[in-house]
Structure formats: structure tokens, C-alpha cells
Design a protein around this ligand. Sequence first.
Ligand SMILES: [Zn+2]
Length: 247
Amino acid sequence: MRTLFGKVLNKHYLNGLLPHGPMGGTSIQIRGSYSGPDSGSDVKKYQQFHLQTIDVEPPELLQRFQESFGSFVGSFGAPWNATQHILDYMSYAASILIRGERSGDAPTVWESFVNLSGCAGMAQTSSEVAAHWIRMWANQRPTELSTLLSDHGFSVSNIEKDDEILKYFPTAEYGYTSYWSDAADAGTEDEPWAGKFDIDVAAYDHLADGGLALARKLESVAGELMSDGICRCQLCNPIFDAERYAI
Ligand SMILES: [Zn+2]
């Protein structure tokens, strides 16, 4: 019997969805160049063998990032329950930093990262929904994120794209679920979440059956609907009647 943490990690590794290391979560990589300060209270430097890393993490950058992103999400109407869950998740699990790496005498290479914590395996699905929305925000309002970063000395050249194979379906109580059409048809008693739907471990680890009944319900209520390949998150599909499928 694997631990819940092991289960979620294993599934995401199997699905090829966990490229960011064993702690899970999701991160968005932004390429560019940096000409701001590289010392001071917002800067941390550490050396590992020949590699020097410089992390610039001004608190005002995160605050303005949260405000701008929140107002983008707010433009899609009053938040559904599942959407509110993602906004809450963002308030404690998101961070943004500017990172320089210098190997030996080579010039420092600068990138910026938006990191969405998987909360040690408990919130992988929420981290994926948040990344889906941040990419959409950067795509639809390209100057907002670039301006936030350029105000701190980072000039954006390119924001990493993702092939976004997951689609999302809202629930009333368990946040968003992710749906992956290529996964196995149904979960099993041992692995309820081995099917097409997945949710945060935090949403089901208190359930006595490990979420088996919930996984089955999702498959029967939303499986056919989601097979059309359309995302039902509030930002992709603001007119979707989330309450009609209140799971
Ligand atoms: Zn969507």
C-alpha cells in the first residue's frame, strides 16, 4: 500500500506531468535579462560547487503579481466555488522570483519563475489550474506581467509555453478536477484516481474510501461531457453552468 503522497507522485510521473522535481507543484519559466540590484535585503546568494545562484525576491513584486492576477480572474465574473478555492490556494502557494545562475567565470544567466507549490503532494491539481490561468493571463494581457517584472529590473523576452494536455472541471466542494483524455478509463479500488479525473490529495485524503465514490461519481456525471476536449474552468468557459453539476 503506497502512501497518498506516493500515489499522487506516481500518477503524475506516469502521466509525464511532473517535470519539476519530486516535490511536485508547477512552475512557469520566463526568459529575459536583468539589470536590477544584485545585493540588498531582497537578494539571496548561495554557492553550490562551481555554481552561484542569485535569487531576487522583492515582496512588492509578489503583492502586485497577486493583485493583477486577481483582477484578471475577477473579470470573468463572481468566482465559482472551485475558482474561489484556486484564489485561496494562490494566496499561500504562489511565489515569483528573479534568478541568476553563474557557472564558473561564465556570464550570469537570468530567468524569472512563477512557482506554484504542490504543498508536498497535497495540491498538485490546484497548482496546475493556477498555471493554466497564469499562462492565459500572460497571453491575453501580455504587458501586465512584463511590466511588473520590468519595474524590478527584469526585461521579459519569452514566457515558456506548455502543451496543456489537461482540461478542468469544477466541483462545488473539492476544488477543480483535472481531466486527461488519454488516461485509463476508470480508477480501481486500490487506485481510485488512476482514471481520467484527478483532484488534490488534500480534497480526498479525509474520505474513508480514499475518494473512490467521488472518483466514480465524476466519471459517471462528467466523463462523457469532458470527452469533447473542452475545458470547463471558469476562465475558458465562463457561461458553463457549474451549479448544475454540483459534485
Ligand atoms: Zn480552462
